[in-house]
Design a protein around this ligand. Structure first.
Ligand SMILES: [Zn+2]
Length: 395
C-alpha cells in the first residue's frame, strides 16, 4: 500500500464535557460522533499544557515541554525557550517532508511552527479580527489538498472555540450577571481581566458564555464533518491517518477561574481525541493517553525503526489490544511562571514554585497540593503529605 496521508486537526480550547459523546445534554457533535464511530475515540486524553504553543510543539514532536524547551505561551515564552526549540530533536513536519510528503499547515501561530512545511500560511487573505474563521480554514485546506501530490501531511488549527468566539454569531441575551461574577473574584487584577473578557465577548453571564461556546463547537463540528466527507468523496480517507484533538481544555467557570484556560485543573488540560488509522474502526478507550503519544503512534504505523526516543509512547498496542500504555501524565502550566503537575488515574499532584499567572495576573495554585480525583473530581480538597507517592514521580 502507498504511504498514508496524514491529517491532524487541532481544535483550540476544546473540552470533552461539552460533547454529547462525553455525556453532555446538548448534541453539539453530530459529525464528530459519526467520525468517532469509524475511528478510535480516546476518552481520557491530556494535553501536556493548558496553552497552545507548548501543546502544539508537543503534538508535533512527541516531546514534553521540559524536553523541547517551550514551557510558556506567547508572549510569555522566554528567549532561552526559543533557543532550545530551535534545536528540537524531532519535528514531524520536517520528518515527513524528508520522507517525501507534501506538507501544509493552515495555522495561525508561525514562529518555529512554520518549520518543515512546504505551505504555511494563516490564510490566503488577510484575516479580519482575532482568529481565522473555521470555514475559511477548511475551505483553504480542501483547495490545497485537491492539488497536493501524495502522500501529503495537512495540519489544520481551528480557533473558533477560543474565547471570545469572534466568528460565532450568537449574541446571548440572558440576564446581565457581570456584577455577581466580578464580586466572586477576590483578586483585583483578575477582576479587571475578567471584566475585559466579558466586554470582549459582549457576554455577561456564565450561561451566555456556555451557550456561545456550545454554538462554536457546533460550527467546528459541521466543518470537521465537511472535511471528513471531502476526504471520503475523493477516496482519500481509506489511506489517511486522521487525528482530531483539542490542544488543551478551557474553563468557563470553575476554581474561581472565568472564561480562560488557566491552571492545571482537568478542565484546562483534558481534551477529546479521535484517531482514525487505515483499517481500524469502531473502537474507544478510557485508558489515559497524552498528546505526546501521537507522533510515536504515527511513526509506528509508518514502520519507522530509526526514530529518536520520544517522551510519548505509541498507542498502537492500546488500539490493537487495549493494553495500557501509561499510568501517569505530566502537565506544565503555560501561563503561570512555574507550575507543574503529575496526574495518575486517580490522583494529581500540583507543585507551584511560582504560581503567578501571566494571563490574569492572579494565581490559581498555591505551594504543593494533591487531589484524590476518585473521591474529589472537582479538585478542591488538598490531601498532600510529605510521603506522597506522586512527589516521587515528580522528582
Ligand atoms: Zn490566570
Amino acid at each position: 500500500m502507498d504511504e498514508p496521508n496524514i491529517v491532524v486537526v487541532i481544535i483550540d480550547a476544546f473540552r470533552p464535557d461539552h460533547l454529547s459523546m462525553f455525556g453532555y445534554g446538548k448534541e453539539t457533535d453530530a459529525n464528530l460522533k459519526r467520525i468517532a464511530k469509524e475511528s478510535v475515540l480516546f476518552r481520557n486524553q491530556f494535553s501536556v499544557s493548558n496553552a497552545t504553543a507548548p501543546a502544539v510543539t508537543s503534538i508535533l514532536s512527541g516531546l514534553l515541554p521540559s524536553s523541547h524547551g517551550v514551557i510558556h505561551q506567547f508572549p510569555y515564552t522566554k528567549p532561552e525557550e526559543f533557543e532550545k526549540v530551535e534545536k528540537i530533536g524531532f519535528w514531524l513536519p520536517s520528518y515527513l517532508k524528508d520522507r517525501g510528503y507534501e506538507t501544509m499547515a493552515f495555522d495561525w501561530i508561525s514562529f518555529w511552527f512554520e518549520k518543515g512545511f512546504d505551505y504555511y500560511k494563516e490564510s490566503e487573505e488577510e484575516i479580519e479580527g482575532l482568529f481565522p474563521p473555521t470555514k475559511m480554514t477548511v475551505d483553504l485546506a480542501i483547495s490545497k489538498i485537491k492539488k497536493a501530490k501524495k502522500p501529503f501531511f495537512a495540519l489544520l488549527h481551528l480557533w473558533d472555540t477560543h474565547f471570545p468566539f469572534p466568528n460565532t454569531p450568537y449574541k446571548g441575551g440572558g440576564p446581565n450577571e457581570a456584577d455577581k461574577i466580578l464580586a466572586d473574584i477576590k483578586d483585583e487584577k483578575q477582576r479587571a481581566y475578567v471584566n475585559n473578557r466579558m466586554n470582549a465577548a459582549k457576554l455577561y453571564s456564565v450561561q451566555d458564555v456556555t451557550n456561545k461556546y456550545d454554538e462554536t463547537i457546533k460550527i467546528i463540528d459541521q466543518e470537521v464533518g465537511r472535511l471528513y466527507d471531502f476526504l471520503k468523496s475523493e477516496n482519500l480517507l481509506e489511506n489517511t491517518i486522521l487525528v482530531i484533538l483539542g490542544d488543551h481544555g478551557d474553563i468557563i467557570h470553575e476554581h474561581g477561574i472565568y472564561f480562560s484556560h488557566c491552571g492545571l485543573f482537568d478542565g484546562s488540560t483534558r481534551a477529546p481525541m479521535i484517531i482514525k488509522l487505515p483499517g481500524v474502526k469502531g473502537k474507544e478507550t478510557s485508558e489515559m493517553v497524552q498528546n505526546i503519544d501521537i507522533v510515536p503512534t504515527i511513526l509506528e504505523f509508518l514502520s519507522e525503526k530509526t526514530a529518536p526516543v520520544f517522551d510519548g509512547k505509541s498507542l498502537i498496542p492500546l488500539i490493537n489490544t487495549g493494553a495500557k500504555v501509561r499510568d501517569r501524565v505530566f502537565l506544565f502550566d503555560g501561563l503561570a511562571n512555574d507550575v507543574r503537575a503529575v496526574r495518575t488515574g486517580n490522583k494529581k499532584l500540583i507543585v507551584a514554585k511560582d504560581s503567578f499567572c501571566n494571563l490574569c495576573k492572579s494565581s490559581h495554585h498555591h505551594g504543593t497540593v494533591e487531589y484524590d480525583l476518585s473521591k474529589d473530581p472537582e479538585e478542591t480538597k488538598d490531601i498532600f503529605s510529605s510521603d506522597s507517592e506522586l512527589l516521587k514521580l515528580m522528582k
